[in-house]
Write a new protein. Structure first.
Length: 134
């Protein structure tokens, strides 16, 4: 393979890795927002019994509605595919905790993938610099 062909192949590989890194960075941002929303919901549920009168009720992504909590024993929880169920506060907390664990694992996996890709990109960049000097 000619030197120009090797350089073209490396540059192409670096571009593919750069695109993958952008996708992973988007996933990391989304997962961080999900974890933040889950933490906000968990905090609200923990303190819900103390809420008196009107309160700011989190509805996700930094959005709140002002309202009064009438039932402090049960909440409605999404169980996927546009399906919902009524759950006790304790059951809802367990569901949120499970979701937090899943999101944290996905975040860790995404960060590991990001690190691997960054290392691969650096190796290719280094190799490209070495063969370009020849």
């Amino acid at each position: 393979m000619s030197q120009d062909a090797k350089i073209d192949q490396i540059v192409y590989s670096m571009e593919v890795i750069r695109q993958q890194l952008e996708e992973i960075e988007g996933q990391i941002q989304s997962l961080a927002l999900i974890l933040q929303d889950l933490a906000t919901s968990t905090d609200f549920l923990k303190n819900m019994k103390m809420v008196e009168g009107d309160s700011l009720i989190p509805i996700g992504r930094g959005l709140y509605i002002e309202g009064e909590v009438k039932n402090k024993e049960r909440v409605v929880v999404s169980i996927g595919s546009s399906a919902y169920k009524k759950a006790t506060i304790e059951d809802a907390m367990n569901i949120l905790e499970e979701r937090k664990n899943d999101a944290a694992k996905a975040l860790e996996s995404s960060r590991n993938s990001e690190n691997d890709l960054q290392q691969r990109y650096a190796q290719l960049e280094d190799y490209l610099n070495r063969i370009s000097r020849k």
